[in-house]
Design a protein around this ligand. Sequence first.
Ligand code: F3S
Length: 402
Amino acid sequence: MYLNDEEKSMLNGEKGEIIQKCMKVLVTLGDIYGAKRMLEINSVHSPGVSYRVTGDAGLNYVKEASAQACFVVPTTLNNVGLDMHNWEAVGFDPEFAHKQIELSQAYKDMGAVMSNSCTPYLYGNIPMLGEHVAWGESSAIAFVNSVLGARTNREGGPTALAAAITGRVPEYGLHLDENRKGTCLFKVNVELTSDADYASLGYYAGAIAGKGIPVFTGIKKRPTTESLKALSAAVASSGAVALFHIVGITPEAPTIEAVIDKDVEVYTFGAEEYAKAFEKFNYSGDVDFVVFGCPHASIQEIILIASLLKGKKVKAETWVCTSHQIKDLAAQMDCLGILENAGVTIMCDTCPVLCPTLDRGYKNVVTNSGKMAHYVRGLWNVKSRLAQIEDCIKAAVNGRLE
Ligand code: F3S
């Protein structure tokens, strides 16, 4: 692989041991995938920052890096393993909490933005069309590639760390034009009106597309940011989709021809497929846990949830997962008070998937997120229901959903 003088000096160890280690990781990766050169990147979104994921081995590696290097590009952090400001009140294990705080401090010392959220594109880390970045977290990867049109491969914790320290990634995969074309086409024949509808489309298409690039046609009404966030999360949870296109809507797909240049399989997403997608998560009955904010809730979602819950009390334990930035906004708009009066927990920095289970014996979970409906079943061995936001509110208030 071609390396310029600066990259050579990083690889030779002239800039320090940890920078050399990071460059070796990236060069090895580039060699495996046939990269011809390195790319300079403009931002990193780092996954693998929950102590639940890293354990002690990861913690020690990050501390070693932190003692020797700083991040050279803006770097936001994904969800950590607890609510950093409220962990005692919520009941997290202190031993786990202290390990998480140690890990987060090591990232902070390197210059990370302590966003602790899977939706950094809602506040601050917003790459532009064609920018090269190094992002992790499957839903954020799908969003940044598809909706913003920036370019990233699926980075894990170690490669994101290496990219943040060197400001480089090898040029392969989704950084290249030729690898950003559609591999299957979905004709959407049903009107999608809610985030849960987009989640169902994503869940259906992701299972078929696998690691491919689905292209959607027939979506006439421009989806909201929240719907695109729901689609990004779902398509990357039933499958491993890192990029999708919506013809006439996402920036690289003004026409079908712009994103499909060969014969591909064609599928229909009509009323039958729509019903089937929801059927997979069709639990009904008593509900003990309702979760919103997967991916982390936007201020618009919080306003909507607060308006639906105003003056009510929840019977089922109910979480709204979001970032501290959005929680602060919600407080300024009086939404926070409404939610707290209703008995809702605003869970910042984390989510049920990335924090250690606060073992409350949940059995039946309702959510408006396809990704959460998918993951909680495996993680907690519970029954789950994917529902429209209004039905999630009914489940929260009544402790039951038919
Ligand atoms: Fe984000 Fe956790 Fe969902 S990381 S996408 S809230 S599973």
